[in-house]
Design a protein. Structure first.
Length: 468
């Protein structure tokens, strides 16, 4: 057999062996047993990179849009998530280095003194000598990926990078959702402040009127004391709502990466406009859009590839090494033809001991994959819970909003009638106070429910993975 034929056979054998990849090929975990068929949920096929757009614009609030843009630009938590993505992508690129040979250029020079009393089996007088040595060498090293260890490392690193990217989008979605939720809480506080200020103004007018009537002997001191109590109580409630608003403002400042001491938002009541409606049928694609589910699924893929990396330790490692360059005792003759040196040859490393350690490590990696699968299923269940809960909240808050609107209208009408009756002297001041308390409670409840409806819509958008 000729040399070229032998080389061809050897090359073909290497290619065939290199095509082997130990470890299980990845299959996405089955979640058909936990996903509701009525939603026609899709099997996990992560689409966390799909464009979600600026979903908060559906609320048509320019101030909210400004805060969202500020948070995306300056939030430290989002910047940290972006840095983790960069790290993971760099790690994925590093993992591909195993596919290329390691080539290094080495150059050194030295002078050494030999011994005149070297130990030899035959007594020989060897004079002492000083020797110069100069060399410039090119070292070559390459491990043949017979068992697919490097391929599995690359597969794992790329899946880890994908998981980091999905986690970034999850942080982004959580951040923008939290900004919107805090914003609507703050606007609800603004509405309550407006209602309380109007109530305080009205009660102070009544207190002044009753004070004049008391001095004139028309009313007793009990009615005046009650009026003073109601004014003081309303002012105490006003201070409490101011505190709540400041807390919401400070939280918004943190989310937007701003100093709480310098963050200010002017007051603007939330109003009674209904939040946007989520189109029917959207939940069918939620598994493909939620970034936390995508991150969990990519983590499963990474752990699965690591099984192949660990399994490859059972098999021999084959490495090609070589050296070529120049070696001389004199610097003047270093780069001449007679100073050329080279060596090349394969090396093989076969594990003869430590098989138990390898087996335990493989079992450990398999257990991490099972953990990742459990976390993935948990993420799917959490997604189902989030969507079901927010859909129910949306429905019941709509019903509650309609009922409290009716209650506010009725309380306002009743207060007007009772005020007129009190002014005519047919009922006591206590009845008027009860009517005003009921109207104020319904008015404040209206603002709170309006905020909760907006916040629930934000949560539903988050549950669906962003804009639809």
């Amino acid at each position: 057999m000729t040399l070229s034929a032998r080389f061809s056979i050897t090359l073909i054998s290497v290619i065939v062996l290199a095509a082997c990849t130990v470890g299980p090929n990845y299959q996405a975990p089955d979640t058909s047993d936990i996903t509701p068929a009525k939603w026609r949920w899709q099997p996990a096929a992560p689409r966390d990179d799909a464009s979600r757009g600026e979903w908060w614009r559906v609320f048509h609030d320019s101030e909210l849009s400004r805060l969202e843009a500020l948070a995306i630009q300056t939030s430290p938590s989002l910047q940290a998530a972006a840095a983790r993505v960069t790290q993971a992508r760099a790690g994925a690129r590093i993992s591909t280095a195993g596919w290329a040979p390691d080539i290094r250029l080495k150059s050194d020079s030295k002078r050494e003194q030999t011994s005149g009393n070297l130990p030899t089996p035959v007594p020989v007088a060897i004079p002492r000598a000083g020797i110069n040595s100069f060399n410039t060498l090119l070292d070559f090293s390459y491990e043949i990926d017979f068992w697919g260890k490097i391929r599995r490392e690359v597969e794992s690193a790329r899946a880890t990078a994908d998981a980091a990217s999905a986690s970034y989008h999850h942080v982004l979605l959580t951040l923008t959702g939290d900004v919107a939720a805090q914003y609507f809480l703050l606007r609800a506080a603004d509405a309550e402040l407006d209602s309380l200020r109007r109530t305080i103004s009205l009660r102070e007018q009544w207190q002044k009127l009753l004070d004049e009537k008391f001095k004139a002997g028309v009313v007793n001191e009990i009615d005046l004391a009650r009026a003073q109590t109601e004014v003081a109580t309303a002012k105490a409630e006003l201070a409490d709502i101011k505190r709540q608003r400041q807390e919401a403002s400070d939280t918004l400042a943190l989310l937007c990466g701003q100093s709480a001491s310098q963050f200010r938002l002017s007051e603007r009541p939330i109003g009674k406009k209904a939040p946007p409606t989520i189109p029917a049928g959207v939940p069918a694609s939620v598994l493909e859009r939620r970034p936390d589910i995508a991150a969990a699924e990519r983590t499963v893929a990474a752990r699965n590839a690591e099984i192949g990396v660990a399994t490859a330790a059972y098999f021999p490692a084959v490495r090609l090494t070589g050296t070529a360059g120049y070696l001389s005792k004199d610097i003047d003759t270093l780069l001449t033809g007679d100073s050329r040196v080279w060596s090349i040859g394969p090396g093989i490393s076969v594990p003869l001991t430590g098989w138990a350690v390898i087996r335990f490590n493989v079992n450990r990696i398999k257990a991490t994959r099972e953990e990742a699968i459990a976390n993935y299923r948990q993420a799917v269940l959490a997604a189902i819970r989030d969507v079901e809960t927010t859909l129910a909240q949306t429905r019941y808050l709509h019903e509650q909003s309609a009922a409290i609107d009716d209650a506010l209208n009725a309380a306002t009408r009743a207060t007007d009638l009772i005020r007129a009756a009190y002014e005519s002297g047919s009922i006591s001041y206590l009845e008027l106070l009860d009517a005003e308390r009921t109207r104020l409670q319904a008015d404040r409840q209206t603002s709170r429910i309006a905020a909760q409806r907006h916040i629930t819509t934000v949560r539903l958008i988050k549950a669906l993975g962003g804009a639809w």
